[in-house]
Ligand binder design. Sequence first.
Ligand code: PMP
Length: 398
Amino acid sequence: MGDHDPFERLGAAAAERAAAGLARRLRPRGPDTAPGAVDLAGNDYLGFARHPAVTGAAAAAARRWGAGATGSRLVSGDTLLHRELEEELADFYGAEAALVFSSGYTANLGLVTAVADGSAALVCDRGNHASLIDAARLAKAAGAQVLLFDHGDGGAARAALADCGREHRTLLSDTVFSVDGDLSDVAGLARACAENGAALLLDDAHGLGVVGEGGTGALSAAGLRGAPGVAAAATLSKALGAQGGAVLGPRTLIRHLVETARTFVFDTGLAPPAAGAALAALRLLRGDPRRPRRLRETARRLSAELRAAGLAATVPDAAVVSVLAGSREEAVSWAGRCRAAGVEVGCFRPPSVPDGRARLRLTARADLTGEQVDRALEAVVAARPRGAPAAGPVGGLR
Ligand code: PMP
């Protein structure tokens, strides 16, 4: 053994990030939320993560099926519980079939790389989630052509599909973009794909359980339930409060994924407690379709009152409200003051968002009381930094 430490340069890079105010630290929370605290930082949109029917189903699934899946679905990890969850998810979403993965991230990686082989062109919105970006990078390494279009620019997406020169074409887009909370023009993208014989793959991580009638998702909201040539990935870890991911789409595609999606074939199957929890949450959602509406109303109220207080808040299409801060330092200290006042908010800064676009990210929940929303609003407004941009048309923020 020499005395060269190959990890030393990583420590130096961490010190540089810290000096630039970019350090990221874990902050483990205790099992109980402080009394009176309001959580606007997580993605537990419908309040299911701690719902007794959901946690009870997780425990029951662990007892019946085991704490882990024990192997890949194709080897030893497939259970009737997975089958039941996939059938109910497909039925709810209006897709022919569904396949669950160990996370939304692996669902996106597996879906995109299994569809876009070396002969394909992938046309991607620049604002896509990191999991779609990584999926496109993997596809590119396998020979696919990757073309990016500016966020939300449907005309550019259409032109890229028409001009790419490859026979197999696929368009990749989030439905609800996770940082600003805006919704893509799903119907317009579907038309552009249909005109060019292209597949449309959508990431509906923030749409399932949130948008569409009864939370049936962005395809349903766009009148595209079961549309040919279209598939969606979703997560079980946001509105459903569990853990895991899913792909929803035509049966032919799902069969292809079972045999070829590397993050399905080589990954241990979704853990049974997560599958049981997601199934229980899905049944709660179906049992009370008013929850997603309440969630969207709360998001709109948060946005309207922040804007009325003069802050540059996005107008939400789903559950996410983003509020611009003057600078990355101000975003960090603003979030810290909110936390001290008992309100947890997300804080997004470069490199997660472009330079100059640091912001607080607030996520509404269906289970917040009016009084909790009042308290959250009061805390965010009272803690505002002096330099917070004012409401109004701020590039990209509506
Ligand atoms: N897509 C989007 C748009 C997301 O926001 C996330 C989660 N941050 C994912 C995919 C990944 O889902 P999961 O957390 O289940 O891996």
